[in-house]
Ligand binder design. Structure first.
Ligand SMILES: [Zn+2]
Length: 159
């Protein structure tokens, strides 16, 4: 839990800037959902996203580009030079991932912060692992629901 009131507001502002789901911000800062919804609207001139959060890592496997971008995000999360855990680390990694994608593709990232937040939970619980492809050695995500794939999706296409 975050100690000072000011820290909670600073964190809420960062999460609002990343367009995180109100339920996530409420959970992490203990600020009221009503206040956060209003702050979201003030900042973005639109209502916050609603609907359920992604609840299973299998959503990563349904789209090749999304899987590639998720791999990049997890890579940044893993190499992030910080002793901070969880949330702070996920914010820093997400900012790096998003600016990388925006620079490279001039498009919006495929993974929103709320999905990245869930991906971090799966990484920390071991449901999603960053490993190396047994064939080309490139970084790949191993998703527990996928079984025992040992080659990345590019090499898998060749077989
Ligand atoms: Zn490969």
């Amino acid at each position: 839990m975050i100690a000072s009131t000011l820290d909670r507001y600073v964190l809420a502002k960062e999460l609002l800037e990343l367009k995180a789901r109100i339920s996530i911000i409420e959970n992490e800062t203990a600020l009221s959902a009503t206040f956060l919804r209003k702050a979201f609207y003030d900042m973005h001139q639109k209502s916050p996203p609603s609907g359920p959060l992604v609840n299973s890592p299998s959503f990563l496997l349904r789209n090749f580009v999304r899987l590639k971008e998720a791999t990049l995000f997890v890579f940044f999360y893993r190499v992030q030079k910080t002793t901070d855990l969880g949330l702070r680390r996920s914010i820093m990694a997400y900012q790096r991932y998003a600016s990388y994608i925006e620079t490279l593709t001039k498009a919006q990232p495929m993974i929103d912060y709320s999905s990245a937040y869930m991906i971090v939970k799966w990484v920390e619980s071991g449901e999603v692992k960053l490993v190396r492809c047994g064939h080309c050695r490139s970084a790949m995500l191993l998703v527990s629901t996928k079984g025992r794939a040992s080659v990345c999706c590019v090499c898998g296409e060749d077989n």
